[in-house]
Design a protein around this ligand. Structure first.
Ligand SMILES: *[C@@H]1O[C@H](CO)[C@@H](O)[C@H](O)[C@H]1NC(C)=O
Ligand SMILES: *[C@@H]1O[C@H](CO)[C@@H](O)[C@H](O)[C@H]1NC(C)=O
Length: 258
């Protein structure tokens, strides 16, 4: 019964939002919908954009900064990234910033001035880490996150990469990602990831390894893994945005029904 209701709701939402997003008047990826008044109107999200711009302009406290040290093919990382971190960021974008560091338990060696990487889940994982690192460097944060979400929720992270880029980072040419991935730039960027990961204090013991405002404790890791949403809302020092109040009510009523 509940499942059927959910399905109907999902279809309705798709018709309402997905349907209009892909209509001829809105050809922009979601990260660009609010970029101007015209695009917001064309994509049918004017109200949402005005509200989100308003909240942003009234933001008074520092954003809660969530860092994720992960590997592109580690199942726990993929789950946290796609089911927890990025959905939370979509809801709490105004009060939360995200730092993604794809590297995790990889190792590097300097061979004649170039770094050679070895990854826990093999060559394919090194490639996935590198594609995501290049994306994070070459496009704005929202487009990069949407593209990475698309890759990490696909059956095959690597073979989905090109179509995810086409869909969510259409201003980027795949060739430019490819030359970053195979060139000095990617090599240097991945070395930076290695340095950031090695600089963690305390040092990471597993992946996904979560930091909040630069700190890692067992308690923060636990809370972030169970409900990052509640954690970020509770740690934000400014006036709570509507999303924090509204969705917390939603969570409570879900648990009453179970
Ligand atoms: C939202 O804010 C951005 C930057 O501040 C601005 O360029 C854009 O036009 C605004 N969008 C809407 C729909 O007002
Ligand atoms: C991208 O990488 C270059 C170094 O290759 C660096 O100078 C630049 O700041 C990076 N940009 C972003 C947005 O990370």
């Amino acid at each position: 019964m509940k499942a059927a209701l959910l399905l109907v709701l999902t279809i309705w939402l798709n018709v309402q939002y997905g349907g209009c997003a892909f209509s001829s008047s809105c050809s922009l990826p979601p990260s660009k919908w609010c970029s101007s008044l015209d695009s917001a109107i064309q994509c049918g999200v004017l109200k949402q954009c005005l509200l989100s711009n308003f909240t942003r302009s009234h933001q008074t406290a520092d954003q809660v900064e969530v860092g994720l040290y992960y590997e592109s093919l580690c199942p726990g990382c993929r789950l946290f990234l796609t089911q927890m971190l990025l959905p939370t960021w979509v809801l709490l974008e105004e009060i939360m910033s995200v730092t993604l560091v794809p590297y995790g338990n990889a190792q590097e060696k300097n061979v004649g001035g170039k770094y050679v990487f070895e990854c826990q889940h093999g060559e394919q994982e090194c490639l996935g880490n590198m594609i995501e690192t290049c994306l994070l460097n070459m496009t704005d944060a929202s487009a990069a996150y949407e593209t990475i979400h698309c890759m990490e929720s696909a059956d095959d992270v690597i073979s989905a990469a090109k179509s995810c880029v086409d869909l969510f980072s259409p201003e980027l040419k795949w060739e430019s990602i490819d030359s970053c991935v195979n060139g000095d730039k990617g090599n240097q960027l991945m070395h930076q990831n290695a340095l950031k990961t090695q600089a963690l204090n305390p040092p990471h013991k597993y992946v996904p390894w979560i930091t909040v405002n630069g700190a890692h404790t067992d308690d923060l890791q636990d809370k972030a893994s169970t409900s990052l949403f509640s954690l970020v809302c509770s740690m934000y020092k400014g006036p709570k945005p509507a999303a924090c109040g509204g969705s917390q009510r939603g969570f409570r009523s879900y648990s009453n029904n179970e």
